[in-house]
Design a protein around this ligand. Structure first.
Ligand SMILES: [Fe+2]
Length: 220
């Protein structure tokens, strides 16, 4: 497997034209730069601003609330990039999970806030309990099961809360907004099968954006 190094992008990328999102991203950048030593503080300071963004129900256009039959996550899950910083240190994307679909058990490998925008989800949070030394082997323990309503936010601060699976339990697709301190769709991260105690590398990609410039044609 090739773990490609991700080059910086020529500029910040915006996939949606929204003043609300622009001003939110400006706030995230300011807060994350001033709390670089303490990511717990980054998340706590950001949360009220994120809450406001989630409450505004008009900024996210229909296009970013669609399921994606060709999803690399499987299950028709759409992962729509809304904003990406040129150095890939910040992304905002929506994740759309069709009714009854579940994500694989996966990690994110960066600090982040995830908030539910539409629908209802059941989230299972795991903790890794083995040493991580044996190739392909991972033992997970369930830490928490919770159901999420629109407006609910949860925090990622690896390793705490970083491994989970999410299922849509509403009759319509669920839409969650992710604010992550990395280029989550493009990095190699992990997918787990807890019942087989197995782990493999995976890259989810995005439904609407390539990871490298030369892949741009595929998305045109
Ligand atoms: Fe996730």
């Amino acid at each position: 497997m090739t773990h490609t190094i991700l080059e910086p992008l020529p500029e910040d990328q915006w996939f949606i034209d929204s003043q609300q999102l622009r001003s939110f991203v400006a706030t995230v950048r300011e807060i994350s730069a001033s709390t670089i030593e303490n990511r717990m503080q980054t998340l706590a300071t950001l949360e009220p601003y994120f809450q406001q963004l989630l409450q505004q129900q008009e900024w996210l256009s229909e296009k970013f609330m669609q399921v994606n039959p060709d999803s690399r996550m499987g299950g028709g899950i759409g992962q729509w990039l809304l904003y990406r910083a040129l150095d890939r240190s910040l992304t905002v994307f929506s994740l759309v999970i069709p009714p009854g679909s579940t994500t694989p058990v996966h990690d994110h490998l960066a600090w982040g806030l995830i908030g539910l925008y539409k629908g209802n989800q059941q989230e299972t949070v795991y903790r890794r309990v083995d040493s991580g030394d044996a190739e392909g082997y991972a033992e997970l323990e369930v830490v928490e099961e919770r159901s999420l309503q629109p407006g609910d936010i949860y925090r990622l601060l690896p390793p705490t809360g970083d491994i989970h699976a999410v299922k849509t339990i509403s009759e319509t697709a669920s839409v969650s907004i992710h604010v992550l301190g990395n280029d989550t769709g493009c990095i190699w991260r992990h997918q787990f099968i807890p019942e087989y105690k197995s782990v493999k590398s995976f890259r989810s990609g995005y439904s609407n954006a390539p990871c490298k410039e030369e892949e741009e044609k595929e998305y045109a």
